[in-house]
Design a protein around this ligand. Structure first.
Ligand code: PLP
Length: 393
C-alpha cells in the first residue's frame, strides 16, 4: 500500500478533470480553425474560461490560460504594463523572501531591479518593511510592483493579503499574488479583490500538469505578452492552446467549494499527525519535533516539521521504503537538494533545516493516511534508536 502525502508538489488528477480531458482528447482539430471541429474546441476553451471566471468571481476576459504558474509569473512580472491603454514603466519589483523560485527569479525584471522584503520568524511578510520599501520607492522612475504569495508551498504559512493590498494600494503599487497553494484550500475572494494579477496552477488542485492561469483582476491592466505570435488568448499568449489541459484545469476548479468544505477534516488529520510526532519523540526519549510556522495561520493541509538529529534525506528514503511519499523541506529540482530559502528567511539554522520534512494532505486524505505515515515514522525512529545504541555498545 502506498500513501501519497505530497499534494503541495502535485495533487492526483481528480475524476472530473480526467473526464473533461478525455472528452476533449476524443476530438480533432485546432481551436483557431473556423470549421466545425475547430469551433468545438474553441467552445471547450471558452466554456473552461467561463467556469474558471465564475469560480473566481471575475470576468471571463480576465482569465488567461498558460502552461502553468511558472509561465504565469514570468508573464505577470513585466517591467512595462499597459494600464488603461497607457504604457507604464514599472521600475522595481519587491518580492517577499519566501516566494516560490518562479517569482523570486523576477520574470522580465533585471536582477538589480528586484528587492527582497523580509519575513518574520513565523514566515509572514514584515509589513512595516514592505511599507518602508514602498515609501522609499522613487515614483519618478516608474511604478512599483509587489509579488507576495497567498500561502507558502513549504510551510503552508498564509500571508495577510488584505493588509498587503492596503499597503500596495496606498503606494499605487501593482500587486501580484501567487495563489497556487491557496486556491481550493482557503477562501479566495479577498485575494482576488486585493490583487491586480493572480497566478495559479492546475496540478496543485487536482487538474493536469502543464496548465495554469494568469488572472488580470484589474480589467484596465495588460502585461506585455511573453509569447508573441498568433492572437490566441486575446493576444495575451500566442500559441495553440492545450485544450485538454485547460478543460481538465477548469473541471478541477469547480470542486473548490467541495474541497473547502473538507478542510476542517483535513485540519484535524494534520493536527493528529503533529500530535503523533510529539508522542513518538516522547516515547523514544528523543528531541521534540519543531513545527515551522505553527504559531500563525497555516494551510490546513500542510505541516513542515523537523526532528533534530533525523536528517531529511534519511527520513525520505525510509518513509518511501515504507510506502509513504512526502517531501523534504529543502528545494529539490534537477536532482539537486539545496537548503530551503524559506526556512533560512525564517531564521531556521541550516542543521535543523536539513531535517525538515513537509507532509501535505489532499481533500481525499483519510485517517488511514495519517496512521500509515505515523507507523512509518515510528519505525524510522525505532531503527535510528537501535542503530545509535548499537554504535554506543
Ligand atoms: N508557486 C508556488 C507557490 C508553487 O508551489 C509552485 C509549484 O510548486 C509554483 C508557483 C509553480 O507552479 P507550476 O508547477 O505550475 O509552474
Amino acid at each position: 500500500m502506498r500513501t501519497y502525502l505530497d499534494h503541495n508538489a502535485s495533487a492526483p488528477l481528480c475524476a472530473a478533470a480526467r473526464e473533461a480531458m478525455l472528452a476533449v482528447l476524443e476530438r480533432t482539430g485546432n481551436a483557431s480553425s473556423v470549421h466545425g471541429d475547430g469551433r468545438a474546441l474553441r467552445a471547450a476553451i471558452e466554456g473552461a474560461r467561463g467556469t474558471v471566471a465564475g469560480v473566481l468571481g471575475v470576468e471571463p476576459a480576465a482569465v488567461v490560460f498558460t502552461s502553468g504558474a511558472t509561465e504565469a509569473a514570468a508573464h505577470a512580472l513585466s517591467p512595462t504594463l499597459s494600464i488603461a491603454g497607457r504604457q507604464e514603466p514599472i521600475s522595481r519589483l519587491y518580492v517577499s523572501a519566501v516566494e516560490h523560485p518562479c517569482v523570486l527569479a523576477g520574470g522580465r525584471f533585471a536582477s538589480d531591479r528586484i528587492e527582497t522584503v523580509a519575513v518574520t520568524e513565523g514566515g509572514v511578510i514584515d509589513s512595516e518593511a514592505l511599507d518602508a520599501a514602498l515609501s522609499a520607492h522613487d515614483r519618478d522612475a516608474g511604478l512599483a510592483m509587489v509579488a507576495v504569495m497567498a500561502a507558502n508551498n513549504e510551510t503552508g504559512v498564509i500571508q495577510p493579503i488584505e493588509e498587503v493590498a492596503r499597503i500596495t494600494s496606498a503606494h499605487d503599487a501593482i500587486l501580484v499574488v501567487d495563489a497556487v497553494q491557496a486556491l481550493g484550500r482557503i477562501a479566495h475572494e479577498a485575494i482576488i479583490d486585493g490583487a491586480d494579477m493572480v497566478i495559479a496552477s492546475s496540478h496543485k488542485i487536482g487538474g493536469p500538469q502543464g496548465a495554469g492561469v494568469l488572472v488580470l483582476a484589474r480589467d484596465s491592466l495588460r502585461p506585455q505578452p511573453l509569447m508573441r505570435g498568433g492572437g490566441q488568448e486575446n493576444f495575451h499568449r500566442a500559441g495553440t492552446e492545450n485544450v485538454a489541459a485547460i478543460a481538465g484545469f477548469a473541471a478541477a476548479t469547480s470542486l473548490f467549494a467541495r474541497n473547502l468544505d473538507r478542510m476542517s477534516l483535513v485540519c484535524n488529520l494534520r493536527d493528529s499527525i503533529e500530535a503523533g510526532l510529539v508522542t513518538i519523540s516522547r516515547e523514544a526519549g528523543s528531541a521534540a519535533p519543531v513545527i515551522f510556522g505553527a504559531g500563525g495561520e497555516r494551510l490546513a493541509n500542510t505541516t513542515c516539521f523537523a526532528v533534530p538529529g533525523i536528517a531529511a534525506e534519511t527520513a525520505l528514503i525510509s518513509l518511501d521504503l515504507d510506502g509513504v511519499s512526502v517531501s523534504s523541506g529543502s528545494a529539490c529540482s534537477s536532482g539537486k537538494v539545496h537548503a530551503s530559502h524559506v526556512l533560512a528567511a525564517m531564521g531556521v539554522d541550516e542543521e535543523l533545516a536539513g531535517c525538515a520534512i513537509r507532509v501535505s494532505l489532499g481533500p481525499e486524505s483519510g485517517e488511514e493516511c495519517a496512521g500509515h505515515f505515523l507507523d512509518a515514522w515510528r519505525r524510522l525512529v525505532q531503527r535510528l534508536d537501535q542503530s545509535t545504541r548499537a554504535v554506543g555498545t
